[in-house]
Design a protein around this ligand. Structure first.
Ligand code: 13P
Ligand code: SF4
Length: 390
């Protein structure tokens, strides 16, 4: 088994050169207390004009999302990244894997900028390429690799996407996981899906959308010999789930669902498919962030909703729909700490640096990885139709 060095993220100035991320902001990062930050962001964006295109994921802070030209979930942002081929700079207000995908899907002359390189994703970090290759070797030894179609959730590093592209697989997001798995099963006789890195999205999709049984899904634990599975278990499985999860959505519990149902009459539980299977089973509706937004927009006045997704989005939905009762499905605060790394000081710093002709925090995927990852991403973009939960 390959030993994978997990890099620690140092806090404070300096750069972690062994990690994809760093924390250095050369030049002047304005203090968060600067009362002129909004005006400075506005002025810098106006000076850049059509040269800059700002993309914002729905989990971004209010202070940042107000400057996004386009907002969306991972799928929409991947599709929209290429929508402005004339823009020289794409400032991505989201996390590292999203910026990598934007770099892959845009032209080489366009530069993708992530305002804070420390905006990673704990789930994406749970699958390292060396670990994934070890798992593939074990599948080869078990005589099943020829049947396996690897599908990775968008929330993964570019090299994992490239691995899927090379091995006949694809990328998916929470809004098209069902179609992607159906596509995967059609690719080979007796196909098996190797789903990376979110075990919950993989399990929820396989069981609740495709009708597989829980027993047909096994979990590959990269920290155990042979993934913690016997050769017989690997051969019998229909879906091999990577042991990864989202640290934000993984927090929601079935107990809180029960408590909210007991206290709020007629409440509807609406959750993201990154939540644990036990939570999704108890929910009324499940879908991507885009689906969650559309559901609340279409809900009648006076209806009550408890939502299991990132708190910035839930708070924005509550503010935008004062005629509906919107609750957060957790007793404690649950922001995505890495999404929250993109704050107004970093956005101002990135935009003002561009005004000065200084490109900071450029995300650039190497050409070989880009080639294969693009194949996997393109297979996703070409999937027929989308889930009813998009
Ligand atoms: P979607 O944007 O696909 O809903 O995924 C949610 C998420 O966790 C993004 O990091
Ligand atoms: Fe990653 Fe979860 Fe944060 Fe999305 S919400 S960026 S999956 S840790």
């Amino acid at each position: 088994m390959t030993t994978v060095e997990l890099t620690l993220l140092p806090l404070g100035p300096g750069k972690d050169l062994t990690s994809e991320r760093g924390v250095e902001c050369p030049g002047d990062l304005p203090p968060a207390s600067d009362p002129d930050l909004v005006e400075r962001a506005r002025a810098a964006k106006a000076k850049l004009g059509a040269k800059v295109f700002v993309l914002g994921h729905h989990y971004q802070r209010d202070e940042v999302i107000q400057f996004a030209d386009v907002t969306g979930d991972s799928f929409k942002l991947a599709r929209d990244a290429a929508a402005r081929p004339d823009a020289e700079y794409i400032v991505f207000c989201g996390v590292h894997f999203m910026a990598e995908s934007a770099d892959i899907l845009t032209s080489p002359s366009q530069k993708v900028i992530l305002p804070d390189l420390a905006a990673g994703c704990s789930m994406a970090d749970m699958a390292r390429i060396a670990q994934v290759e070890d798992a593939w070797d074990a599948m080869t030894d078990a005589g099943i690799a020829d049947q396996v179609v690897p599908i990775t959730y968008m929330n993964s590093a570019a090299d994992i996407k490239a691995f899927c592209g090379k091995h006949g697989g694809a990328v998916c997001t929470s809004s098209n996981a069902q179609v992607a798995l159906e596509w995967g099963f059609e690719q080979k006789p007796d196909a098996k899906i190797f789903f990376l890195p979110d075990q919950h999205l993989g399990r929820n999709t396989a069981v609740l959308e495709l009708g597989l049984s829980l027993d047909e899904c096994v979990v590959w634990n990269p920290f155990k010999p042979n993934g913690g599975l016997t050769v017989e278990q690997l051969r019998a499985a229909k879906v091999i789930l990577w042991k990864g999860h989202c640290s934000v959505h993984g927090r929601f519990t079935p107990e809180v669902v029960d408590q909210i149902r007991a206290t709020v009459p007629d409440v509807k539980i609406l959750v993201h498919p990154e939540c644990q299977h036990e939570v999704v089973l108890k929910a009324d509706l499940v879908g991507s962030t885009e689906f969650i937004i559309k559901t609340i927009e279409a809900a009648p006045a006076g209806s009550a909703w408890a939502i299991g997704t990132e708190l910035n989005l839930v708070k924005r939905l509550a503010a935008a729909h004062p005629d509906k009762q919107i609750l957060f499905l957790d007793k404690t605060v649950c922001y995505c700490s890495t999404m929250n790394r993109i704050d107004l000081p970093h956005l101002v710093w990135a935009l003002e640096s561009l005004v000065e002709g200084n490109l900071v925090n450029v995300i650039e995927v190497d050409p070989d990885t880009e080639h294969w990852a693009k194949i996997a991403l393109q297979r996703m973009l070409d999937l027929p139709g989308r889930s009813h939960r998009d």
